[in-house]
Design a protein around this ligand. Structure first.
Ligand code: DGJ
Length: 740
């Protein structure tokens, strides 16, 4: 038998090789063939200029090591009078012109009435910094100086390609953009066999439902017209190749947008079976006037490819978010265990009530205490107070200081809820500045949850919002903001600017939101922020560049959460996903079940601790302590969805997930049984991602729920499997595997 050190070094070499492959990023220009080959870790992407001077997609798929094998682009002839080359050519960025019938990336109106744009290649240049390389390809309309820059960026150690565009008006007159996408991704045409599309839909308290269907000829559109990302769909897609085998095997093309405003992704299959994914700003109600010399930059659209199934596609995104996107990347901090009383007390917060909860929370091992809605203005319920960000003296007669000081004395840090973009008509702010609300003058102002939106696109509103937030954080020892946003837009008017610019609200609002967050973070580098929008209504890679964590849903029922979390982690890392243990609002589930479900993200407690029995306190304390031992593995490791919980297309009575630390030294498995039918025994669970030759010892949460040897090799756990003994309803368990 080989010695442990030989085995481990073999595994280390394999790991190193994988890391090397994933770290091989480059952008190569071949001037002879006028083409670019982008090596983005485990995949290759290529495009080239054809005889018409159009930029064509040439390849997207498994890595091709010899760039020279990829051949130059050639113009396609007319297929028929009804199918012109603009439509049949897989253009990298198709402007609406020359008879384009597929989804355009760009549609514009010139001052003189022309609406035809045809882009040709001009030149390219590349830049790089310590961890990324960027290609800028310049395109220009065949007649007028409308210039489009197409950007491509690869990051060291990441298998993700970032694409975006900038459109410049170099004419002497105004130009209005009616559609400005970030990028189009073309997939290989695999004869008549269809890709399987996956996307995420939802609603308030029911987000992250994984939809899956064959992508037939026609289009599948996912979008938000709401002004923000939305609970109803998320800007993520995945297309499984026809020969995809299972969760861990087979080709998957995937991508997501980094934009927190209205967006659209169109997955289309043309009548020639060409599959194209176009995404960016939502063209619905879009109209962006560019004065001479002005430009518009579109949101980043990130894409990737893997042969490792939907599981690896998710892990690539998780790794990318941890390594590049979220604050603190490539070494983001671990999320603390948090307590928040919203579900326990709602608006009924007070100094004594919060302090009583804080004293209990700390006994459980909680590290951050958060006061939610209700602490400010005349906020007794959701009818009043939003906009008046002074401490409510009836609830906190001595201000926030005594609570914050005591929370710190107890050894926790302190966070507070804010909803900076909203105003109740019953507020001092609205009485003073009714013109700050988004509306069309003289038209109704439709309320949602009795509130209106402040127009952050206005520079005065942006400045005011930044100032009070800065004051709040400067004058109080606040470590964390839960930034909420509890409705979508209606009547999106902005009458303070000329009519021709009013639709810019869709872009300006979000850019100003980002500017406030960026400024606040720069001034308060220790401040952490959570993005919440009545649950998971604002989760995307734009907001995640500025917030450490997100709230996936207001639905905290543990069973529903299993499917919510399953959908969420297809697109986003478990480490950014807040997960509360609450008082089981919809159905009674055991405390342990609720804890284990919440441990699969950033664990928090939202239950009313005043109602916890001594036994509950002791169970909770033990489970928090257990979580802390697996927290780095869950939050920053590699996630494997071993048994999927219920999905819209496939009900399930079981669920199991595994997390493996990046070095393969530790894994943790969570397993659930929702309801046992016919007394069926729990099936064997085959693990993933372990070092096959290393020895792993088990550390079960409850030894009585395990029927496996105490230690065995990685290949045993991966091929034979783990045997749990779960029974009845809402049974659950967890086990840690430690490499010896
Ligand atoms: C919606 C959030 O999702 C909840 O967690 C809570 O903060 C409420 N808003 C407060 O109004």
């Amino acid at each position: 038998m080989p010695s442990r050190s030989v085995v481990s070094s073999a595994f280390a070499l394999a790991a190193l090789f994988t890391a090397y492959a994933a770290s091989a990023q480059s952008i190569e220009y071949r001037p002879d063939a006028k083409l670019w080959v982008i090596q983005a870790g485990n995949f290759t992407y290529a495009m080239g200029v054809d005889e018409r001077n159009w930029l064509q997609s040439l390849y997207w798929g498994p890595r091709i090591d010899r760039a020279g094998d990829i051949r130059a682009a050639h113009s396609l002839p007319e297929r028929a009078a009804f199918d012109l080359p603009s439509t049949t050519t897989p253009q990298e960025y198709a402007a609406w012109g020359a008879g384009l019938y597929t989804e355009p990336d760009l549609k514009a109106i010139f001052a003189g009435g022309n609406r035809d744009v045809v882009l040709e290649y001009v030149d390219q240049h590349q830049t790089h910094d310590s961890n990324s390389q960027t290609l800028d390809i310049t395109m220009r309309d065949i007649k007028q100086p409308v210039v489009v820059h197409l950007f491509y960026r690869v990051y060291t150690g990441q298998s993700v390609l970032e694409r975006w565009s900038t459109i410049e008006n170099q004419t002497k007159e105004d130009l209005v953009l009616e559609d400005a996408a970030s990028a189009t991704w073309s997939l290989p045409n695999l004869e008549n066999r269809n890709y399987r599309a996956h996307w995420l839909t939802g609603r308030w308290a029911g987000e992250w439902q994984l939809q899956s269907a064959s992508l037939e000829v026609g289009s599948q559109v996912i979008e938000s017209r709401r002004g923000s990302t939305g609970n109803q769909a998320n800007p993520w897609f995945a297309l499984e190749g026809p020969d995809a085998a299972d969760e861990e095997h087979g080709p998957v093309y995937f991508g997501e947008l980094g934009w927190s405003g209205s967006w659209r992704i169109t997955m289309e299959q043309s009548s020639f079976h060409q599959v194209r994914i176009t995404g960016g700003y939502n063209p619905f109600d879009f109209g962006y006037r560019l004065a001479p010399g002005e430009s518009l930059t579109t949101p980043p659209f990130y894409g990737g490819f893997t042969d490792g199934g939907m599981g690896e596609a998710s892990r690539i995104l998780h790794r990318f978010q941890q390594g590049v996107i979220i604050p603190g990347a490539p070494h983001p901090k671990l999320r603390p265990v948090l307590y928040n009383s919203w579900e326990a007390t709602e608006f009924n917060v007070s100094e004594s009530g919060q302090l009583a909860l804080a004293e209990k929370a700390v006994q459980l091992g909680v590290e951050r205490f958060v006061i939610d809605d209700g602490w400010f203005g005349q906020r007794k319920d959701d009818h009043a107070g939003l906009g008046d960000w002074y401490v409510n003296k009836e609830k906190f007669p001595n201000g926030l200081k005594p609570v914050i000081d005591r929370v710190h004395q107890l050894g926790m840090d302190f966070g507070i809820w804010v909803e900076p973009e909203m105003v109740n008509p019953d507020s001092d702010l609205y009485r003073k500045h009714p013109e700050w609300a988004i509306n069309f003058p003289g038209r109704p102002r439709t309320e949602g949850r009795n509130q209106l939106l402040l127009n952050l696109a206005r520079p005065d509103v942006m400045e005011y919002t930044y100032r009070w937030l800065d004051d709040l954080v400067s004058n109080n020892d606040i470590n964390f903001l839960k930034w909420d946003y509890n409705r979508n837009w209606a009547e999106p008017g902005w009458d303070a600017v000329p009519v021709a610019d009013q639709k810019k609200i869709y872009v300006a609002y979000v850019n100003n939101l980002y500017a406030i967050l960026d400024r606040l973070r720069a001034k308060h580098p220790k401040l952490e922020i959570e993005s919440c929008s009545g649950g998971g209504g604002r989760v995307d890679l734009g907001i995640l560049r500025r917030t450490e964590e997100v709230w996936p849903s207001d639905n905290t029922d543990a069973l529903d959460r299993l499917s919510i979390q399953d959908g969420f982690t297809h697109a986003y890392a478990p480490g950014v996903m807040m997960a509360w243990v609450t008082d089981a609002p919809h159905r009674k589930t055991p405390l342990k079940f609720r804890f284990l479900v919440a441990m699969e993200g950033s664990l928090a407690i939202g239950a009313n601790l005043n109602n916890f029995t001594p036994e509950d306190m002791s169970t909770a304390k033990d489970l928090v302590a257990f979580y802390k031992t697996v927290r780095p593995t869950v939050q920053q490791g590699l996630q494997y969805r071993l048994i999927a919980p219920s999905r819209p297309a496939a009900p399930s009575e079981r669920a199991a997930t595994e997390y493996v630390s990046a070095d393969g030294a530790r894994a943790v498995v969570f397993a659930y049984l929702h309801s046992q039918n016919f007394g069926d025994p729990y099936p064997l669970i085959r693990l993933e991602g372990l070092d096959p030759k290393a020895l792993y010892r088990l550390r079960p949460l409850d030894p009585n729920q395990l029927r496996s040897p105490q230690e065995a090799g990685g290949s045993y756990w991966m091929h034979h499997g783990l045997q749990f003994d779960l029974r009845g309803d809402y049974d659950s368990t967890a086990v840690v595997l430690e490499r010896q």
